[in-house]
Design a protein around this ligand. Sequence first.
Ligand SMILES: Nc1ncnc2c1ncn2[C@@H]1O[C@H](COP(=O)(O)OP(=O)(O)O)[C@@H](O)[C@H]1O
Ligand SMILES: [Mg+2]
Length: 323
Amino acid sequence: MDPIVVVDNLRKWFPIKKLFFTKGWVRAVDGVSFIIREGETFGLVGESGCGKSTLGRLIVRLLEPTSGTVYFEGKDVFRLRGRELKEFRRKVQIVFQDPYSSLNPRMMVFDIVAEAIKATQQEIPEDMEDYVASILEKVGLSREHLYRYPHEFSGGQRQRIAIARVLAVRPKFIVLDEPTSSLDVSVQAQILNMLKDLQKEHNFTYLFISHDLAVVKYMSHRIAVMYLGKIVEIAPSDEIFEAPLHPYTQVLLSSIPIPDPKIARSRMKLRPKGEPPSPINPPPGCRFHPRCPQACSLCAREEPPLIEIERDHYVACWLYARK
Ligand SMILES: Nc1ncnc2c1ncn2[C@@H]1O[C@H](COP(=O)(O)OP(=O)(O)O)[C@@H](O)[C@H]1O
Ligand SMILES: [Mg+2]
């Protein structure tokens, strides 16, 4: 499978301003590299504030990077202009966590979807109403919902509308940024299954972002684990669960409830020490070392590189890459 997205040493530092002076930097994304293959779901998981949304927004070019780059279908995303940029804006879409703020409350469903089609300047369907109705049916809504306003819908239905707006422009790659995190568990499952079905039907490539490792596993072929602006491990979904290598991944796994009390107890020991440090002054060396149960002196001094330990399994940890 060919890579459709290549992320190369990407950084996004936000300035902390006081009056007119820059007092420091929030290193939200701090040198990450990975590829996403065509047709796969690439999961991105990590605690709140570790930089997942910033990374997602960079990839769809809603943010400009501090350094590094992203390639989509072989082209540098941040250098696209004119017709190529318009094409990119159609092919690459994002669905946000909060369906309450992502839909314009003064627009009816028909206009929300039709506007997206017009904005991407593709061929306008002959009968727009029929076309929009057919898209609504694909997301489990119907023609009768065409002329209603967002406030008339539940959270789950609003997220379906947001997905309809994305589907309508025939994208190839979709960033799903915690698309079900604000929904009830039963509604969450319905939307996740719908996203899976749509992927099969249209051969979409997904970047699926969530703080919830169980949800990420359910959705993803491969998973990247993020900690304080860095990717610490990338592996096929099953392998992350069966043979996690990075101590942080092991800690994340330990927070998923397991029925067997014996395993549960052994995992309790893996709880990380203390709170996640701030991305404003990240610790030197490996960023996880102050909370890592297995840290050694090298970990505090030098940053471990992300290396391929086994085929398709990458980890950034000195336990596996001793000098
Ligand atoms: N526009 C911004 N300006 C300043 N800091 C930001 C901005 N957006 C995000 N951040 C900071 O960057 C870090 C990562 O945020 P985010 O990417 O939203 O994390 P996540 O999605 O993993 O919760 C956080 O410390 C957050 O406060
Ligand atoms: Mg986020």
